[in-house]
Design a protein around this ligand. Sequence first.
Ligand code: UD1
Length: 417
Amino acid sequence: MKFRINGGKRLNGVLKVQGAKNSILPILAACVLCKGEVVLHNCPKLSDVGSAIEILVHLGLKVEQNGEDIRVLCRGINCCEVPQNLMHQMRSSVVFLGPILAASGCAVISMPGGCELGPRPIDIHISALRRLGAEISDEHGMLRCKAKNGLVGTQIDLLFPSVGATENTMLASTLAKGTTVITNAAREPEIVDLANFLNACGAKIKGAGSSTVVIEGVKELGGCEYSVMPDRIAAATFLTAAAITRGDVTLKGARQEDITSVLALLKQAGCSVSVKSDEIRALCDKRPSAMNIIKTLPYPGFPTDAQAPLMSLAAVCEGTTMFVETIFENRYRHVGELIRMGADIKTEGKVAVVNGVERLKSAAVTCTDLRGGAALFLAALSADGTSDIYSIEHIDRGYQHIEKDFAALSAEVLRTE
Ligand code: UD1
């Protein structure tokens, strides 16, 4: 399949933003710890969500998906191993490690392995779980974890505020004996969403959203009804699309406080951004201008996941914008494809220098990863003529029916063979 985009059209309209991919995945993993019924609303229909559901079903939970609702009948797990094929469908499956270990005293998973963003090690996850009392060995690419006497709360200082490691540690310590204090924790809004979900199930977690998270272990978790937070990266993508097409897009159900760093850049580029309760509108009626240095950082800094879409915008701005990618080693793979579309970009290690051109050209391009794919999608929307985008399974991992959403904003997009 590919997307065929007839670009050069001004986007215009109103759209509801999807639920957050990076929130629903750890929340589904958390169901492993629960006993009772969990009902989740605002769940995006994405291939990664399907993979997480497959893992839950494999572990013995009953899952029903109905539109954007997911109902999980949590009754404990009946096995502690996630087969290799399920692990490899998505890297974030490593977030199942902590909950499986906490729920059953053992866990066997294959190493998630490298991926398109560089090596992405899991050493911080492993050292945190060891601090909680797990014995972990790596045998021929399989991680075998045991906690013979159960997990015991302690002080854990993360080497880096890793989002996944913070989530795994929170999940593992929810049912641990005693209190766990995580310092240098990630502060991303998805961490807060996970803590809110767990607390709604009966956990005792304080401080999520700050660098110190305190988890007082409880004996058991029940179920709950919960609505997943809006996807801040999808919101950033659609607002950037408004800027790149000199359009007028209003997002419903979006939270401006989650993307203040992105909104500040869109304003610098010359967009008018207005916020009304849970609505954000971006209006851009002239050629955008270059932005100040864009340096990716842990939250509340500028999100690495929005780097590629913003680079497509920088590619058509008047002037030069510099990017510094500090989170992932290999996150400029979209650059080569943007250059094929006429962008003027030079990279050197962590730095990319983008000299804006008046217009991008249509081309046939290939997605190399999820957000890089979104960047190509935006570039094609702004380019004159028809572009074909290949390897769109990357885009489908993070955007629910992206072609329908953009068509609702009057873009000409077709998903085709
Ligand atoms: C999550 C998000 C991803 C986002 C990223 C950074 C999910 C499902 N994915 O990924 O979209 O781009 O946060 O905001 O929520 N690291 C180590 N050792 C570890 C763990 C991480 O060295 O044990 C490094 C990584 O290689 C990377 C950096 O830390 O360079 C950030 O990774 P992390 O915050 O863990 O990202 P993820 O949780 O994988």
